[in-house]
Design a protein around this ligand. Structure first.
Ligand code: ADP
Ligand code: GLC
Length: 491
């Protein structure tokens, strides 16, 4: 199957969150199943700074954006460590900037123009490169108009009209909503600006376009697929998702088992595997405590949290329990995002010197070192489409404490006498998004932590499970097949 994957970020080119991990790993996994994937991304400033081997494909195109026409070019490279072609859309006015989507405190004003350009540039590139995709797989709002273009402006371009489309929701909290006059930038017919198609409360919504026009919709866990059909999690699009429920499925993300594997990660103080986890983790913990200015105490449990500083991740719940937690434990956090949480975490670290460390910024290497050195990982997310950090934690023998929502509910098995006995226990879960519920889960974990034998079993249960991309990639491949069959039947 020829599959074009389109995303706004992918490891190792550009990353702000889990979408990049998925978009960097899924194409490789598809290739090893014998498919022929290709990946399209914008060429951001940071992509150029990586110094990768990227060649100008000698193809230029003009994209109409309202009254003006903007030129773009294609650069060609490969996903490192694979033969998967990567096409980067070169357009310095839009993408030669420090941020991907904004400055850190605000989104770029011209995000609508930037991503209309990107999406049309992808379709032009497919045509000009002579690709014949069976499937165009779009991800999140930055690619939501593509399914609409495929069925409207490009319906007479055979290479594109023949493709089926899959639209994957990674996070329904980001809808890509712009004022209605931006319709003019899209080049799409104003007739599409109605409540059944692109209009959302009087505005233009890229996410809705994807949900309406894609042949199939997926999201990144079965539980999130059900949750988004309710008004609590549906961001106002739950009705539409219910209407398309038979074409919607949840596929849990995998993890890159080379990159996130304590037996291979070069940045760890000591590499370890399931057999050597006790000694290995002890050394990584000692290194992390020293590095973070925490007391070197093997006898105190070290908790961690890594993530975007966004309300989604439950930082408020963490803040409510943190002082109590730090009476008997240590805490290390790594996050970048909302200034409000920067202040909150900074103050927490200052109140508990030697017990709590806060790294406020994006640091990939430290993320790996924390996953290996911490004993427990907190993910009290208010919602979580899939979540990758709990999977990275499991792979490192770091026991996750999660709120049972979205992909966290689908991957973490609560520790009870029964799940301990049948060997499925791998973490701790709580249901209500309250500090009390989180605290109760923490207390359960703290009391088990003292029982070293059981604790080691818990770590090994997590490390022994297979979270590789192979399983998820097969599910995507089945979905592509279904789409291609329906597409052929319709032609
Ligand atoms: P989301 O996509 O909602 O941000 P995920 O759990 O799916 O959440 O993925 C987050 C990814 O981003 C993980 O790979 C995590 O390690 C990484 N990450 C998040 N914040 C940081 C940070 N400040 N520094 C380094 N890596 C980070
Ligand atoms: C989103 C979600 C996260 C998911 C990631 C990759 O950013 O917030 O839960 O793991 O996308 O699919």
């Amino acid at each position: 199957m020829d599959v074009v994957l389109v995303a706004s970020e992918a490891v190792p080119f550009a990353k702000t969150g889990g979408l990049a991990d998925v978009a960097g790993a899924l194409p490789r996994a598809l290739a090893s199943l014998g498919h022929r994937p290709a990946l399209f991304l914008p060429e951001y400033r940071r992509v150029r700074q990586l110094g990768l081997d990227l060649r100008d494909a000698d193809i230029a195109f003009q994209i109409p954006l309202g009254a003006r026409s903007v030129e773009g070019r294609i650069l060609r490279g490969r996903l490192p460590g694979s033969e998967v072609p990567v096409y980067l859309i070169h357009q310095p006015e839009f993408f030669d900037r420090d941020g991907l989507y904004g400055t850190g405190t605000a989104d770029y004003d011209d995000n609508c123009e930037r991503f209309v350009f990107f999406q049309r540039a992808v379709l032009e590139s497919i045509r000009m490169l002579g690709l014949r995709p069976n499937i165009i797989h779009c991800n999140d709002w930055q690619t939501g108009l593509i399914p609409a273009y495929v069925r409207t402006l490009y319906r007479n371009v055979p290479a594109i009209a023949a493709a089926g489309t899959l639209y994957t929701i990674h996070n329904l909290a980001y809808l890509g909503v712009f004022w209605h006059w931006d319709m003019a930038l899209t080049g799409l017919d104003w007739q599409l600006f109605n409540w059944r198609q692109l209009e959302f409360h009087g505005k233009l919504c890229f996410m809705k376009a994807g949900l309406v026009f894609a042949d199939r919709i997926s999201t990144v866990s079965p539980t999130y697929a059900s949750e988004i059909q309710t008004s609590r999690f549906g961001s106002g699009l739950d009705g539409l998702l219910r209407a398309r429920s038979t074409e919607l499925r949840g596929i849990v993300n995998g993890i890159d088992t080379e990159a996130w594997n304590p037996a291979h990660e070069p940045m760890l103080a000591r590499r370890y595997d399931i057999a050597t986890v006790e000694e290995g983790k002890a050394q990584c913990k000692e290194w992390l405590q020293a590095h973070a200015g925490l007391q070197r105490r093997p006898d105190i449990p070290l908790f961690a949290q890594i993530g975007r500083l966004d309300p989604q991740k439950g930082w408020e719940l963490l803040a409510e329990v943190a002082d109590r937690l730090l009476d008997s434990a240590q805490l290390i956090v790594l996050g970048a995002g909302h200034p409000r949480y920067h202040t909150l975490l900074d103050e927490l670290a200052q109140r508990h010197p030697g017990r709590c460390a806060a790294y406020l910024g994006f640091n990939e290497e430290l993320a790996h070192q924390i996953e290996a050195g911490a004993d427990l990982f907190l993910m009290p997310s208010l919602f979580e489409p899939c979540g990758l950090n709990q999977l990275y934690s499991l792979a490192h023998g770091t026991v996750p404490i999660v709120r049972a929502t979205g992909g966290l509910a689908d991957t973490v098995v609560d520790t009870t006498p029964r799940t301990l006995a049948d060997g499925t226990a791998n973490g701790f879960r709580f249901d209500e998004p309250t500090a009390d519920a989180l605290w109760q889960a923490i207390e359960r974990a703290l009391s088990l932590w003292r029982d070293r034998e059981t604790w080691v079993r818990l770590m090994r249960n997590g490390m022994g499970a297979d979270w590789s991309w192979d399983r998820s990639a097969r599910e995507y491949a089945t979905t592509y097949d279904e789409i291609a069959r329906t597409q052929r039947a319709a032609c």
